[in-house]
Design a protein around this ligand. Structure first.
Ligand SMILES: Nc1ncnc2c1ncn2[C@@H]1O[C@H](COP(=O)(O)OP(=O)(O)O)[C@@H](O)[C@H]1O
Ligand SMILES: [Mg+2]
Length: 246
């Protein structure tokens, strides 16, 4: 049993190193090549210069997101973030994180729409706000990568107040897109860390398959949960449940 655990851990480590290395190599090659071309004056056309600089900026943002995910995953393995918990009304929480989500969605041509009624917005939840921001950022990042090609570019962030679970009112944040959705076969492995093989990573949108695994762990660390709602007619719908304050 112990041996099995050790083997699984070393397998996961190897998969992790290979996935992260793959993810780092592509943007670093781009940085080196574009920086060299720009500094050597090989791109005289101002429009092309701006294009290259925008690519550099987008690649840097992608690297920051990857490093942020890897660091918080490592941090979660060591400790919980109970000391960063705060009581915040759902509406206020959405206002705090919305800016960063819109900034991620805009370049992908996606429009973030938030919905909810007063009873949802005024539900006070007990959360680590930066963990909630990281979870929602991962969901929006995925929607931009995997659902950005659909005709309907709306991304709905819906706040809900839901029934009592274990005697506590819950707040819900749902993120819904109208992309291709997720097949039943893929549902199970979505939340496993490093679910993507390097082959898959090379063939599809960039990412190491850590975002959803990390997001679920962050949600559970706060006493909440993250799951996929399979009952929606089209696209993908992720549901983040949060405990209300006592
Ligand atoms: N909104 C979505 N629409 C379709 N597929 C999705 C969506 N979100 C996630 N997925 C699938 O779930 C997988 C795991 O997501 P994630 O853990 O964030 O890894 P990554 O973003 O690195 O691929 C993705 O590779 C993709 O196949
Ligand atoms: Mg992701």
């Amino acid at each position: 049993m112990l041996l099995f655990g050790v083997v699984r851990l070393s397998e996961r480590r190897a998969a992790f190193v290979s996935a992260v290395t793959h993810e780092l190599r592509t943007p670093l090659t781009t940085f080196q090549m574009y920086a060299e071309m720009l500094s050597e004056g090989m791109v005289p056309d101002p429009d092309r210069q701006r294009g290259y600089l925008n690519t550099l900026r987008a690649e840097a943002a992608r690297l920051i997101h990857l490093v942020e995910n890897v660091l918080s995953y490592a941090r979660l393995e060591r400790s919980t973030s109970q000391h960063r918990m705060k009581d915040v009304p759902l509406g206020e929480l959405i206002e705090q994180v919305k800016g960063r989500l819109i900034d991620r969605a805009r370049p992908a041509g996606m429009e973030l729409v938030d919905r909810g009624d007063d009873s949802a917005f005024s539900t006070v939840v007990r959360v680590n706000p930066s963990a909630v921001e990281q979870i929602l950022f991962n969901l929006v990042d995925n929607a931009c990568k995997y659902a950005g090609t659909g005709a309907d570019k709306r991304l709905c962030l819906i706040a809900k107040r839901s029934g009592r679970a274990t005697f506590r009112v819950q707040g819900q944040l749902r993120l819904r897109d109208h992309g291709p959705g997720i097949s039943r076969g893929d549902c199970r492995r979505l939340f496993r860390p490093f679910s993507k093989s390097s082959q898959e990573a090379a063939n599809s949108a960039p990412g190491v398959g850590l975002g959803l695994a990390l997001s679920r762990r962050l949600a559970r660390d706060m006493g909440g949960d993250l799951r996929l709602d399979t009952s929606v007619a089209d696209g993908a719908c992720f549901v983040l449940t949060l405990l209300s304050s006592m």
